[in-house]
Design a protein around this ligand. Structure first.
Ligand code: GLU
Length: 518
């Protein structure tokens, strides 16, 4: 009875893949890898009214970006293909017909308008044991009446006949025992008038034919699970029915409700892995990739939204996740989304990136010709700022002063630290740099220390303005490291009053009486 693990990710191409969907794919991937099983990508596109062009491609690209690879599926094929349900169209109907023959399903002729009128007229109307016998279907029309309508080409659907008064008990690997009274279920449509199966029928048939061992999917599908159990039972597949695991919802940061696709950018952060442009409305939604997230940080962050390793460890490579992941550590309660935490993860991964990757990203963002071609220089500049940035997209701004003289100075810094004596102090230090060796920041620091000690100067009184003149900013990497990298010529130019005085706003310059000795 030790069947191989075969799991599937089965998105519908109805729009961009929400991060909750990415997490579902990720957990399936981790579970498959951990157990030496296979992961299948199946596209569930039987609802043609909801099909959105480009959504299928988006799903594949997003999962590729995350490093979630499939063993079988729409891209790479496999023994149980095709893996796109619209291409399997013809194989579903015989199962619906089998259910009719066995008395577990029936043909229904009620039109959409008739059903709509009933829904309006009766509160909580649904097609079930209490209503089906007063509707237009094969149960009320009899064989001859049904045949006549079918022969006349009357549109019809096939509905499951939900039994009355039964209790359906199922085991969920995350939720434990789930038990549902059939009396609350409705006679769901299994096969539609357009000749396509619905999600419920296609999903169960395909999971069976593709030998799926575990169905790991979002909690929003839990209410459908009893119906699926009935289908497995009626189709005679209960013995090989997959095991179910329904994953907790992703909640908005305030814990108030599900983080939905519609939340888009309204909450101030992306809810999609990649940027998406709606082909109908032209509306664009931001993505984690374009926001500057590294896929490994995004994956690490998502993995911990609903699962924890039971230890304090937070940083996990994909390989670590595979080793640590178990379904029994997936929580039942909804997982609150925390964008600040997502950024923290990105920072952690930026710290580990090779300098060449940072430099490559900087060059790609800045465009050719606007940066020096000296790669070592670029790498060093990126290396110096990496601890202080959250995103790769912060690089151009964070490194700007390595490539261009600052055009303005931090105004708070100016107000606080620029004193009448500052130009003199800067000039004194600057003079000592004329003959200095700039290759080693420690040598420069040594010169500085000696300067402030011999002249009994408070080091902050020189260091803060020095930083400001060199970078324009109040904070950043070590001043001597910056000096060493930009070199003597640039340093001395930026420290020269002829260069910096025109940049300092008039009221401040006006205060300076004590001009530096030139
Ligand atoms: N096509 C369904 C979806 O879009 C799949 C649900 C399932 O995994 O059973 O989420």
């Amino acid at each position: 009875m030790n069947n191989p693990v075969r799991v599937r990710f089965a998105p519908s191409p109805t729009g961009p893949l929400h991060i909750g969907g990415v997490r579902t794919a990720l957990y399936n991937y981790l579970f498959a890898k951990k157990s030496g099983g296979s992961l299948i990508l199946r596209i569930e596109d039987t609802d043609q009214t909801r099909f959105v062009p480009g959504a299928g491609e988006y799903i594949t690209e997003a999962l590729q970006w995350c490093g979630i690879a499939f063993d079988e599926g729409v891209e790479n094929g496999g023994p149980y293909g095709p893996y796109r349900q619209s291409e399997r169209k013809d194989l579903y109907k015989p199962y619906a017909e089998q259910l009719i023959r066995q008395g577990h399903a029936y043909v229904a002729f009620d039109t959409a308008e008739e059903l709509e009128a009933l829904r309006k007229a009766e509160a909580n109307f649904q097609v079930d044991a209490s209503t089906r016998m007063r509707m237009k279907n094969s149960l009320t029309l009899g064989a001859a009446g049904t045949e006549a309508l079918l022969a006349a080409g009357t549109p019809y659907v096939i509905r499951i006949l939900i039994p009355a008064g039964e209790q359906i008990v199922m085991q969920d690997l995350i939720r434990g025992e789930v038990s549902v009274q059939t009396d609350i279920l409705d006679d769901k449509v299994l096969f539609k008038s357009d000749g396509m199966p619905t999600y419920h029928l296609a999903n169960v048939v395909d999971d069976h034919l593709m030998h799926i061992s575990h169905v790991i999917r979002g909690e929003e599908w839990l209410p459908s699970a009893p119906l699926h159990v009935l289908l497995y039972r009626y189709l005679g597949w209960e013995d090989s029915m997959p095991r179910f695991a329904h994953l907790p919802l992703l909640l908005r940061p305030d814990g108030n409700g599900k983080l939905s696709k519609r939340d888009g950018d309204r909450l101030g952060f992306p809810v999609f892995p990649l940027k998406w442009k709606d082909p109908h409305t032209g509306e664009t939604s931001s993505g984690y990739r374009e926001a500057g997230f590294l896929p490994q940080a995004f994956v690490n962050f998502l993995a911990l939204l609903g699962w924890n390793p039971g230890t304090e460890q937070e940083l996990f490579s994909m390989e670590d996740l595979v080793n640590a992941f178990t379904l029994d550590r997936v929580q039942k309660a909804g997982a609150r989304f925390d964008y600040e935490k997502a950024k923290w993860f990105n920072q952690q991964y930026l710290k580990d990136l090779p300098p060449a990757v940072l430099a490559g990203s900087l060059a790609a963002q800045t465009g050719s010709g606007r940066l020096p071609s000296n790669e070592v220089f670029l790498e060093k500049a990126c290396d110096l700022v990496r601890e202080r940035i959250t995103f790769l997209t912060d690089l151009p701004e964070a490194t700007a002063y390595f490539f261009e003289d600052p055009a303005s100075y931090d105004s708070d810094m100016l107000k606080k630290r620029w004193k009448d004596e500052t130009p003199g102090l800067i000039a004194g230090f600057s003079a000592l740099l004329e003959e200095a060796d700039f290759t080693d920041p420690e040598i420069l620091e040594g010169i500085f220390k000696q300067y402030v000690e011999t002249n009994r100067i408070n080091s902050g009184a020189v260091l803060a303005p020095l930083r400001m003149l060199l970078t324009g900013r109040a904070g950043g990497p070590g001043v001597f490291q910056i000096m060493s990298l930009i070199g003597k010529e640039t340093t001395l130019r930026r420290l020269n009053p002829a260069h910096y005085l025109p940049i300092i706003p008039d009221p401040l310059v006006g205060n300076i009486t004590d001009r530096p000795p030139s």
